[in-house]
Design a protein around this ligand. Structure first.
Ligand code: GLC
Length: 478
């Protein structure tokens, strides 16, 4: 079985969020299970500077009134073939997204992927597209490539990692793209890449079962629930795993001391002491709350902000929070650190090494997300024996079983309603439970026993690939 995975970011080459982790780890698990999987990414400036990829050839894509050059580069990494789409005009920039011509850039990318397949002579059974940046591929494949035998048999799968970002552009973007107009492309009088992908791919997936049901409701769907409803029978939720080799407390080079499930008590204590020292805090046997996150509305910082002062006054908890993003949250971090220098520390920005130190050194990992398609932070935290405190939404709900003190089950803490009181109550519960060492140690054991690898989910993807390959061909014209 041959699969081409397309996305706008992927580790170890380029990362802004969890999508990159999935694109970095899933292919390895697929390959282990016998799939010939290759990955195609834009050749951003940063990738170009840091990698010596080999030039494979070029093609042209028609955009507006130009034939736009598409360079194709290749690099093998950990047994996987990566192809990079080179374009000086569109990708040789410092950032990934947020430019005025993003619509044009990723429309170009979608056309370029199909041309690059010819350059490298790889015609997969499935093109697995991820998020809006790849959203036009299924449509272009059907409409512009249906006269090539090699392309006609290709099926498409589209995975939604976050429905909030849909790729919505003014209708006049149609003027630069050489493809027929269809109602699939349009939504609310705009061109919507994600909507188009939902309509036109053979199957649609998202990254947890709960998020699948959430996005079928108006509350979570950012207006796409009616569109998803049309594809309900072809819509699946498959939970993400993590790269268990990269995130392994036994071998992790970034953390202060390595440990495993048997040595977790001493191991975590060493990490906690060193983490506090790193932030110039003396060690105390008090609960340390950690957070590592993009600082955007989705992540629930709004309901956390009004609680910190109260927690600092009434409990002995310490906060170590890392992230970057919207200014209001960064400013809040700075202000809290100024106000409570002995109890609140922040790291504004992102560093892999510091993130791992927080995962290993904190006691409780905060993820009060408003919505969370899957979430990777809670999985990493649990693998390091740090108990997650999450809102019951999306993948958080599917992966964190809350502590039940009557029968001593669970491996984390959770709350339902998205409000300050609900979060506060469970933060108090966590700080109280922390004092009960035998209960706490049991929860840590439970968290560390779980399997976070990609093995099961990779098998689920493979069955979907098989199902799609074997399904009758969808109609080709509209
Ligand atoms: C997005 C989602 C996150 C998910 C990740 C990978 O970043 O917000 O919940 O884990 O994609 O699928």
């Amino acid at each position: 079985m041959k699969v081409l995975l397309c996305a706008s970011e992927g580790t170890p080459f380029i990362k802004t969020g969890g999508l990159a982790d999935v694109v970095g780890a899933l292919p390895k698990a697929l390959k282990k299970n016998g799939v010939d999987v290759r990955v195609m990414l834009p050749y951003y400036k940063k990738i170009k500077e840091q990698n010596n990829a080999e030039y494979c050839g070029y093609a042209y894509v028609r955009i507006a009134d130009r034939n736009e050059y598409v360079g194709v580069f290749h690099k093998e990494y950990e047994g996987i073939d990566y192809y990079f789409i080179d374009s000086d005009r569109y990708f040789n920039r410092d950032g990934l997204y947020g430019y005025g011509d993003d619509g044009e850039r990723f429309a170009f990318y979608c056309f370029a992927v199909l041309e690059a397949m010819k350059v490298v002579n790889f015609f997969p059974d499935i093109i697995h597209c991820n998020d809006w940046q790849t959203g036009l591929i299924p449509y272009i494949l059907k409409n512009n490539y249906n006269y090539y035998m090699e392309f006609r048999r290709i099926k498409t799968i589209f995975s939604i990692h976050n429905i909030q970002y849909q790729g919505i552009f003014p209708r006049d973007i149609m003027n630069i793209m050489f493809m027929p107009y269809s109602s699939s492309l349009e939504y609310d009088n705009c061109i919507n890449f994600m909507k188009c992908a939902i309509m036109e791919s053979n199957l649609v997936t998202t990254v947890s079962n709960s998020y699948k049901y959430e996005v079928l409701t108006p509350e979570y769907s950012y207006k796409l629930n009616n569109i998803l409803e049309l594809r309900r029978d072809d819509f699946y939720g498959i939970v993400n795993g993590i790269d268990v080799n990269k995130y392994n407390p036994e071998t992790d080079k970034y953390i202060f001391a390595n440990y495993n499930i048997k040595t977790v008590k001493e191991g975590k204590l060493k990490n906690k002491k060193a983490l506090l020292k790193e932030f110039n805090l003396p060690f105390k046997d008090v609960p340390v709350f950690g957070l590592v996150s993009r600082l955007v509305e989705q992540k629930g910082i709004d309901i956390l902000m009004p609680i910190i002062d109260d927690m600092i006054e009434h409990t002995d908890a310490i906060f170590i929070l890392m992230g970057s993003g919207e200014k209001v949250y960064e400013d809040f971090f700075r202000y809290m650190e100024f106000k409570h220098p002995k109890r609140f520390k922040s790291y504004i920005g992102y560093s892999d090494s510091m993130a791992q130190k927080i995962y290993a050194g904190a006691d409780i990992f905060l993820m009060p997300s408003k919505f969370e398609p899957c979430g990777l932070g809670q999985l990493i935290a649990m693998r390091y024996g740090t108990l997650p405190l999450v809102r019951e939404t999306g993948g958080l709900k599917d992966t964190v079983k809350p502590y039940n003190k009557y029968n001593q089950t669970g491996w984390g803490f959770s709350f339902g309603g998205y409000n300050v009181e609900a979060l506060k109550e469970v933060m108090y519960l966590a700080t109280e439970t922390f004092k009960d060492k035998s209960a706490w140690n049991l929860l840590v054991q439970h968290a560390m026993e779980l399997d976070y690898s990609w093995d099961n989910s990779a098998k689920d993807y493979i069955s979907l690939y098989e199902k799609t390959i074997n399904s009758g061909r969808k109609k080709w014209t509209h």
